[in-house]
Design a protein around this ligand. Structure first.
Ligand code: SF4
Ligand code: SF4
Length: 443
């Protein structure tokens, strides 16, 4: 076979067949309920670009009937990983997990894999990330990203628009330092019953969305939660898992499990839907390692999106009046777009809307396509720019029709991709994280 010279055979052999030929693949009853909700099927109208077709391909590859370097890699590569198919599946097929496992079996082409690893390292490696994000913030702060991104074509223009969309809409205010943050060791000497949490700081979030972390910290402080610092934590590993680099993802997960176990916190809080889904999925990443799977299960039970915590506290205290702190009445219309990894990946559907609707002065509406992918999908929009833009187009039209003052969505990739699309079409509607609006209103 001509392609054999560039196949990484070791990678194929590293992923056991048993994992994807077990009862999960067999659970699909081919009913097709998942087909119409799939954005790629909707656009391409090709069975192999539907969840059911991709599951057929996974089965065929596992049985040795198709070459993993052929149609298998093309159609699995076009999947957004949005997991909308999981939400409607009556048989409970864990499509997202199967996809990650199946992608790990695609023989990588060395040049593409090198590019992918370089990009992942630039974004997630602590040393390389410091340089990447410092340069990115420099471009952002002087308005260069926004100015050049408005007219530059191609990938360079797209990258600049994505970067410009990360700017803090409400300015960058440092997190309050009035309540000192205890270290993990201090935590054990405290004699109080405060609810404690560790914030997953992550990679892209820490580098470009520190203002969202600050908003998360302030709103949690306002509800009486106390942060425990865990500086040894690392990237959640989700970007590597989505790229099929499961062993790298597991390495990051093992480190986070050890670090978070040491903190003995009540909750591990995320303000990035993709990272939250990654942490909650850790047990699936260790399906074949009993000890790590058990530790991952214990950890994933303590993971909460910030809107889950805020909604629970608002409900418990009888609404926003029960939360101490100032009040700023924000007036305007908010269009909510659900991140796939919150809505489908974590099943968190109502909480962000509940929290936003508790803010006086705001009129909050979910976009008609709120539960449908925006096309961003991590690095997908860079790898499949045309298809991603076609997935995004109906959502941009809804935003423009809705005449919103803000679009709210709780995932960095969605903020960036929606923001970049709006900028490209000359629409100045800002895209923010829901917790930024809460923070603004409670300040
Ligand atoms: S909805 Fe579930 S069972 Fe039905 S075809 Fe899709 S994956 Fe298979
Ligand atoms: S994850 Fe999304 S794009 Fe992929 S098959 Fe499921 S619905 Fe389609």
């Amino acid at each position: 076979m001509p392609g054999n010279a560039v196949l990484d055979v070791n990678l194929v052999e590293r992923v056991p067949q048993s994992i994807i030929t077990d009862e999960f693949l067999s659970a699909c009853v081919h009913c097709g309920f998942c087909v119409p909700v799939c954005p790629t099927w909707d656009i391409l109208r090709e069975e192999n670009d539907s969840p059911r077709g991709r599951l057929y391909l996974m089965r065929a590859e596992a049985d040795g009937r198709v070459n993993p370097a052929g149609a298998f890699s093309v159609h699995l590569g076009r999947c957004l990983g949005c997991r909308a198919c999981e939400s409607v599946c009556p048989a409970g097929v864990p499509y997202g997990h199967l996809l990650e496992r199946a992608r790990a079996r695609i023989p990588p082409r060395p040049a593409a894999r090198r590019r992918e690893r370089w990009l992942l390292s630039a974004l997630t490696n602590p040393g390389a990330g410091r340089v990447t994000y410092a340069a990115a913030r420099f471009l952002r702060s002087f308005g260069l990203a926004s100015a050049l991104g408005r007219f530059l074509p191609g990938k360079a223009g797209q990258l600049l628009r994505l970067l410009a969309a990360t700017r803090p809409v409400f300015g960058h205010t440092a997190a309050s330092t009035s309540a000192p943050t205890p270290s993990a060791d201090d935590r054990h000497s405290e004699e109080n019953d405060e609810t404690t949490y560790v914030l997953l700081t992550g990679c892209v979030m820490d580098g470009l969305f520190a203002h969202v972390h600050d908003a998360t910290r302030r709103t949690l402080a306002a509800t009486g939660y106390r942060e425990i610092e865990a500086p040894e934590q690392t990237c959640c590993g989700a970007l590597h898992a989505h790229a099929g680099l499961l062993e790298e993802a597991r390495e990051q997960a093992r480190r986070n499990i050890e670090v978070f176990e040491r903190t003995d916190c009540d909750w591990i809080v995320t303000d990035s839907a993709g990272c939250g889904a990654g942490l909650k999925d850790y047990p699936a990443w260790f399906a074949d390692e009993t000890e790590w799977r058990e530790r991952a299960e214990a950890l994933s039970k303590r993971v909460r999106d910030v809107t889950e915590i805020l909604a629970a506290e608002l409900r418990r205290s009888g609404g926003p009046d029960g939360v101490p702190g100032g009040r700023t009445v924000l007036e305007g219309r908010v269009g909510y777009d659900a991140p796939c990894h919150l809505h489908h990946g974590q099943g968190v559907t109502e909480e962000p809307l509940y929290v936003l609707r508790a803010l006086p002065g705001l009129e909050v509406e979910a976009l008609p396509s709120s539960d449908r992918c925006c096309g961003g999908a991590g690095m997908y929009n860079l790898e499949h720019p045309d298809l991603a833009a076609r997935v995004r187009a109906p959502k941009l039209a809804e935003v423009q029709r809705g005449a919103f003052d803000w679009i709210a969505t709780g995932n960095p990739g969605c903020i960036m991709y929606l923001g970049a699309g709006l900028m490209r079409s000359g629409d100045r509607t800002p895209v923010v994280h829901p917790v930024e609006l809460v923070d603004r209103a409670w300040s």
